[in-house]
Design a binder for this molecule. Structure first.
Ligand SMILES: C[S@@+](CC[C@H](N)C(=O)[O-])C[C@H]1O[C@@H](n2cnc3c(N)ncnc32)[C@H](O)[C@@H]1O
Length: 297
C-alpha cells in the first residue's frame, strides 16, 4: 500500500517555511512531506531528507526526482554528522514524522505486521549483521522479566506478564521464528474476551513494544529532539508527528521544558489530530498527534 502522508497541510504550515530556507525532513520515508514542500515553495526551499532504511530511500528517490532535496541515509539522531558533511551550520525547520512507512509494514518482509507471516526482524534496515538486535533475538533470548518489562513499558500491554510467561514456556519446545508463531503464542496467553475486543488487535501492543526495543526508538527520539532543536535558528520550528502515547509524552515533556526555560514558544498548546475526513481516507492516521515548537534564542 502506498504511504499517505499524515497531517500534511497542518505539519507543513507548522514549519513556517520561506523561500531560501533550509528544511530537514528527519524521517523522509516515501518523501510525501518533502515532496509537498518542494512543490509548495517551487523548489526554493533546500530540503535535506534523512532516512535510515535503504529500501525506503529507493522509493523516495522516485517520488522526489524533480525535488531540490539532498537525501542522506542516516539516523536523525546523527543530524550533526549529516549537517557537518553538507557544510550546513543552522537550519530553519525540522520535521519528525515518527513510526513506520506503509511500505515497511506491508512489503518489507521484516515482520512489522502481525497480519503477515514473516521472519521476526523488525529492523529498520534490510541487510542485518550478526551484531544487530532483531525481534527474534529478543523473543528467544531475553529473560521473562525483560520481556514483561518491554511489553508493559513500551506497549502498555496489560497482559505483559502472561504473554512473557507463555513465550518463555513455549520457546523451550521450539524456537519462535515468525510473526504468526508469536501471534499464536500471544493468543494462547490472553483471555478470550481480549482476543475479541473491538478496535485494536490483541497483538498490536506487543508488536509495538518489540519494535521500539529493537530500534531503541524512544531514546533515539529524545536525542533527535535535542539535536534538532540545537541546530534550529532563532524563530526556527520543530514539528513532530507521533503515533502513540509514549512518543507523544516525550515530545510534550521536551517542548514544555524548552518553553519553561524561555528558549522556545509552544505553537500548539494542545496537539493537533487528524479530522474525521482524514481518518476515513487514511485509517493509519487515527492515532497521530502533531506538536509544533518555535525556538526563540
Ligand atoms: C512515518 S514514515 C515518514 C513518512 C513521510 N513523512 C512521508 O510522508 O512519506 C517514518 C520514516 O522514518 C524512518 N525512520 C524511523 N526512525 C528513523 C530515524 N531514527 N532516523 C531516520 N529515519 C527514521 C522510517 O524508516 C520511515 O521510513
Amino acid at each position: 500500500m502506498k504511504h499517505i502522508p499524515v497531517l500534511l497541510e497542518e505539519s507543513i504550515r507548522g514549519l513556517n517555511l520561506k523561500k531560501g530556507n533550509i528544511f530537514v525532513d528527519g524521517t523522509l520515508g516515501g518523501g510525501g512531506h518533502s515532496n509537498y514542500v518542494c512543490q509548495k515553495y517551487n523548489n526554493q526551499v533546500k530540503v535535506i531528507g534523512i532516512e535510515v532504511d535503504e529500501q525506503i530511500i529507493k522509493e523516495a528517490e522516485k517520488i522526489l526526482k524533480d525535488c531540490n532535496v539532498q537525501i542522506q541515509r542516516s539516523n536523525f539522531q546523527d543530524l550533526d554528522k549529516v549537517l557537518n558533511k553538507l557544510g550546513v551550520e543552522e537550519i530553519d525547520a525540522i520535521l519528525l514524522d515518527l513510526g513506520l512507512n506503509s511500505y515497511q509494514l506491508d512489503e518489507s518482509g521484516r515482520g512489522f505486521s502481525f497480519q503477515r507471516d514473516e521472519p521476526l526482524l523488525m529492523t529498520m534496515k534490510k541487510d542485518i549483521s550478526d551484531d544487530d538486535l532483531t525481534a527474534k533475538l529478543i523473543i528467544n533470548e531475553w529473560s521473562e522479566d525483560s520481556l514483561k518489562d518491554i511489553f508493559y513499558g513500551y506497549g502498555e500491554e496489560r497482559f505483559a506478564k502472561v504473554i512473557a510467561h507463555k513465550i518463555v514456556e513455549l520457546r523451550e519446545e521450539k524456537e519462535i521464528e515468525t510473526t504468526f508463531d508469536l501471534v499464536d503464542i500471544i493468543k494462547k496467553a490472553i483471555p478470550v474476551w481480549y482476543q475479541k475486543k473491538k478496535g485494536i488487535h490483541y497483538a498490536t501492543k506487543t508488536f509495538q513494544a518489540i519494535r521500539i526495543a529493537v530500534n531503541d526508538e524512544l531514546r533515539i527520539l529524545e536525542k533527535g529532539l535535542e539535536i534538532g532543536f540545537k541546530y534550529l535558528k532563532n524563530n526556527g520550528r520543530l514539528v513532530v508527528i507521533s503515533f502513540h502515547s509514549l512518543e507523544d509524552r516525550i515530545v510534550k515533556r521536551f517542548f514544555r521544558e524548552k518553553s519553561k526555560e524561555k528558549i522556545a514558544i509552544l505553537i500548539t498548546k494542545k496537539p493537533i489530530s487528524p479530522g474525521q475526513e482524514e481518518i476515513q481516507k487514511n485509517p493509519r492516521s487515527r492515532s497521530a498527534k502533531l506538536r509544533i515548537l518555535e525556538k526563540i534564542s
